[in-house]
Design a binder for this molecule. Structure first.
Ligand SMILES: *[C@@H]1O[C@H](CO)[C@@H](O)[C@H](O)[C@H]1NC(C)=O
Length: 192
C-alpha cells in the first residue's frame, strides 16, 4: 500500500512539475513565436510572369486618372508636385475593350525637378480567375522618357502574400493632346 501511495505521489509530482509547465506555456501571451511555413500552406516559392495593359485615361467623361494636386505656382517644366489619383483598368490585350483582369489603384506624382519622372504608388487589384481578390503592391520610380521602366513589387495579398519582384513598364501608345496612355506591364514576381 505504501508503495502504491509512493507511486501515485511520484506521478502527481511529475504532472505538476513537468507536464503542467509544458501545457501552461501554450497559454502564455507571446509577442512573437516562430512558425513553420507548412502550417500556413506555404510550400514552394514560385516565379510567375504576368502581362497586361494599363490604361491611364485622363480625357472624356469617365477619366480613371484624375489630377488631385494641380501644378504648384512657378513649378518646374517637369510639373514637379502634380499628383494624379488613378483607378485604371488593366486589360489582357492592348485594347481597353478587351477583358479587364483587374485595376491599378493608387497615385503617381511628378517627383523630379529636372527630369520627367514619377513616383508611383499603386496596388494591382486582380479579378481574374483564381487571382480574383489578390493584389500586388508596386512602389517605384517611373522615368517616363525611358522605353522600359522598372519598378519594384514590394508585397501582396491573398495568393500574393510574401510577394516580391519587379515590373517593367513600356508605353505602347500616348495621345499627346489628351495625355491618355496605354502601358504594357510585365510583372515578374516570386510568390507561393
Ligand atoms: C470576384 O469575387 C467577387 C466576390 O469576392 C465576385 O463577386 C466576383 O463576381 C468575382 N469576379 C470574377 C470575375 O470572378
Amino acid at each position: 500500500m505504501a508503495k502504491l501511495l509512493h507511486f501515485f505521489g511520484t506521478i502527481l509530482i511529475l504532472i505538476s512539475f513537468v507536464v503542467f509547465p509544458i501545457i501552461g506555456k501554450k497559454d502564455e501571451y507571446a509577442f512573437e513565436k516562430s512558425m513553420n511555413r507548412e502550417s500556413m500552406s506555404l510550400k514552394r516559392e514560385k516565379l510567375s510572369h504576368f502581362k497586361f495593359y494599363f490604361h491611364d485615361i485622363l480625357s472624356g467623361t469617365k477619366p480613371t486618372s484624375i489630377m488631385i494636386v494641380p501644378p504648384p505656382k512657378n513649378t518646374a517644366k517637369t510639373g514637379f508636385g502634380i499628383v494624379n489619383m488613378i483607378d485604371n483598368a488593366l486589360t489582357l490585350e492592348p485594347k481597353l475593350s478587351s477583358n479587364i483582369i483587374g485595376r491599378a489603384q493608387g497615385f503617381y506624382g511628378s517627383s523630379s525637378l529636372s527630369e520627367l519622372s514619377l513616383l508611383m504608388i499603386m496596388n494591382f487589384n486582380f479579378i481574374e480567375g483564381k487571382y480574383n481578390g489578390s493584389s500586388l503592391a508596386v512602389l517605384g520610380r517611373n522615368s517616363i522618357v525611358e522605353t522600359v521602366r522598372e519598378m519594384p513589387v514590394i508585397g501582396g495579398s491573398g495568393l500574393f502574400r510574401f510577394a516580391r519582384g519587379y515590373v517593367q513598364a513600356k508605353t505602347i501608345s500616348l495621345n499627346v493632346k489628351t495625355k491618355d496612355a496605354i502601358v504594357q506591364y510585365d510583372v515578374y514576381v516570386l510568390h507561393y
